[in-house]
Design a protein around this ligand. Structure first.
Ligand SMILES: [Zn+2]
Length: 277
């Protein structure tokens, strides 16, 4: 049997609103309910952001704690991954929730452009976030928005700033950053294998690229990410009714390519994570 495929669901993000799609979960209660449905559909990693009472992105550790608690109760064994992304807070506030010891946290090791601004990841902040993840036994998911981020993550693993083996996500289709391009995608895989031969990889396509990138991942033996953070539509005319509906699309693709969908136990083993809390 071929290698199980880990499906990650990015449920909320920092950008989408109820106006974009009423199914985007904003409150903690909505997030728990939406994640549970996605978990039951086959997702084994939940990639998480939190919002404040006005629905704006924030890094409030208390909200992350409540979300973590809700998911541990309703999605037993699911891998909890907090975002340390830059839209939700400035500087070290981005890592203020890491003492909660989620299984994983996202980490971007370099800067790039986003649709309307610079996504700033200065070296001292990256090193601090990486050291917090080491201190709390959190596995980073490297968010590679650019080729240089792959090479930099491999360097950080070699010199001990990141604990290996790496888990690297290629993010494609963010406006003003790397587009979803199949030959670049293949070069990303080739580059990662050259610089970090023991790494596992996954990828996320933004907007209309989501399903295309899911298929590239699944057909090449990687893992994949879906969810309303990255894309709120099933197609140009149809809003996705839920995070679970997007997970089901990825599950269907796994069946087409003869990839079993990883259970939470299989996903934890592939990623070398500790047993569920
Ligand atoms: Zn995110």
């Amino acid at each position: 049997m071929s290698k199980p495929c880990i499906i990650c669901v990015a449920i909320t993000g920092s950008v989408p609103t109820k106006e974009n799609n009423p199914a985007v979960p904003i409150t903690i209660a909505e997030q728990v309910e939406s994640t549970q449905e996605a978990f039951e559909a086959g997702a084994s990693i939940a990639h998480l952001h939190v919002r404040d009472d006005a629905g704006k992105p924030c890094s409030d550790p208390d909200r992350f704690a409540r979300l973590q608690e809700g998911l541990q109760e309703h999605c037993p064994g699911m891998i909890i991954q907090f975002s340390t992304g830059g839209r939700s807070g400035a500087g070290t506030a981005r890592g203020g929730m890491l003492p909660l010891r989620p299984d994983m946290a996202s980490l971007t090791v370099g800067s790039n452009n986003f649709p309307t601004r610079v996504y700033e990841n200065p070296p001292d902040l990256v090193d601090w976030l990486a050291s917090e993840m080491r201190a709390h036994d959190i596995k980073p998911e490297i968010e590679a928005f650019d080729l240089s981020h792959i090479v930099q993550a491999a360097k950080m693993a070699r010199d001990g700033r990141l604990k290996g083996p790496l888990y690297v996500q290629f993010v494609m289709g963010v406006k003003n950053a790397m587009p979803a391009d199949e030959r670049i995608f293949d070069f990303y895989i080739e580059t990662l294998k050259r610089f970090a031969p023991d790494a596992e990889w996954c990828a996320a396509g933004i907007g209309a690229a989501q399903l295309t990138v899911n298929e590239w991942c699944i057909s090449r033996g990687g893992h994949t990410r879906t969810g309303l953070e990255d894309n709120v539509r099933l197609d140009r005319d149809t809003l996705a009714p839920s995070n679970a509906a997007l997970v089901r699309r990825a599950v269907d693709l796994c069946a087409r390519y003869d990839r079993p969908v990883a259970s939470v136990q299989e996903a934890r083993a592939i990623l070398g994570l500790r047993a569920a809390a």
